[in-house]
Design a protein around this ligand. Structure first.
Ligand SMILES: *Cc1c(COP(=O)(O)O)cnc(C)c1O
Length: 373
């Protein structure tokens, strides 16, 4: 018997009727580009996370690119990013002519390390290059330390972008949600993200009306008030009406799914805490649990064992950005960001399924324990 890595099949069965009906409605009205569902879904996003402005876009990578364009990135600008992340976070900087400055991560949260960030900012300032912003990543669904990052950004005159592709749905102990924690927040609705559609999709959030207006314009070729008026260089990155329709059904159950993800994570941690390093989060924080990621010095053998037992796992990510062929020239090579390098060797993500009863979680737990205990 093989257990699934996510709950997407069960979710599809659960929502099938509603989604079919919403898709049918789009086929009937025929407004496939920027149809009414896009605006409706943007309103639901704002309601869900408390952001004043929610902007649907084509995917999470474009969301980051639009955010950097709205901040006025120029060739040679330095942008600080954690090295232990998905490739898109670094890619968009280079596409726009910027230069990524790789920062190490905290070994417990896997998110950007504030001390190393300060160190890297001083180095860039000493070099005389313009430092534009920090892109913090809420890896695996846990918000980065935005209080610390925002304070550092304020002190050094930097903008902040939260790459929340994995963390939409998460919230802090004081109730503030992802979408409101940085100057600009981006997310992705890639099917496997906590809130996923049936294709590509993404969104941008901001509390800043002027920035939001610029980003809405960039989304549609830098358009102005008049039809066919172009007031800035933009791109084509609209959220499809059909994907917005799918997301309107999925967001109805998203809050409940986030609760169940947190219950499963708590259950895993209570059972596995004494045999391996389980994820830690500050008290009161709700993670979106895009991934439940443990650490083990015997990671590869453990993964093989779990595979033999029919338990799927994944390694996010096997190589930090400063060691990737495409980006290595912007880093300082092996040994320069030790926490990112160690994490890449030790992380293993276990199945995360908001539709599981405890028996399925017990199978995963038993298989992990039979190897590590
Ligand atoms: C998935 C992801 C992205 C990119 O999102 P797409 O919608 O696939 O373009 C960016 N950053 C992180 C951290 C991600 O996990």
């Amino acid at each position: 018997m093989k257990v699934p890595f996510t709950g997407l099949e069960v979710q599809k069965d659960r929502l099938r009727h509603q989604i079919d009906a919403r898709i049918s409605k789009v086929l009937d009205h025929g407004k496939f580009i920027m149809g009414p569902e896009v605006g409706e879904f943007e309103a639901e996003l704002s309601k869900f996370c408390g952001a004043q402005h929610s902007i649907g876009v084509a995917n999470g990578t474009d969301a980051l690119q639009i955010a950097l364009m709205a901040l006025g990135i120029e060739a040679g600008d330095r942008v600080f990013v954690p090295s232990f992340t998905y490739t898109a976070t670094a890619e968009v900087i280079l596409v726009l002519g910027g230069v990524p400055v790789f920062v190490d991560v905290d070994p417990v949260t896997f998110n950007i390390d504030a001390d190393d960030l300060v160190e890297k900012i001083s180095q860039v300032k000493a070099s005389g290059h313009r430092a534009l912003c920090v892109i913090g990543v809420d890896l695996f669904g846990l918000p980065a330390d935005w209080e610390a990052i925002n304070a550092i950004c304020a002190e050094h005159g930097l903008a902040s972008i939260a790459d929340s592709a994995q963390s939409f749905g998460a919230a802090l102990a004081d109730g503030r949600s992802v979408g409101t924690l940085a100057q600009i927040t981006t997310t992705s609705f890639f099917p496997a993200k906590p809130l996923g559609c049936y294709g590509d999709g993404g969104a941008i959030f901001s509390q800043d009306e002027d920035l939001a207006a610029v980003m809405r314009s960039i989304r549609v070729h830098g358009s102005g008030q008049q039809k066919y008026e172009t007031v800035r260089v933009g791109m084509n990155s609209r959220l499809d009406t059909l994907q917005a329709a799918v997301l309107l059904s999925k967001i109805e159950v998203f809050g409940e799914e986030i609760r169940r993800r947190n219950e499963l994570a708590d259950y895993y941690s209570a059972a596995l805490g004494d045999v391996c390093e389980v994820p830690q989060k500050p008290a009161g924080v709700t993670s979106a649990w895009a991934q439940y990621t443990i650490r083990s010095s015997e990671r590869d053998a453990l993964q093989q064992h779990l595979n033999n037992e029919g338990i799927p796992t994944a390694i996010y990510y096997p190589l930090p950005m400063h060691l990737q062929k495409a980006y290595a020239q912007f880093g300082d090579g092996e040994g320069s960001l030790m926490q990112s390098e160690n994490a890449s060797r030790e992380v293993l993500s276990l199945p995360m399924n908001p539709y599981w009863a405890t028996q399925e979680a017990d199978m995963v737990i038993a298989a992990v324990k039979s190897f590590l205990a």
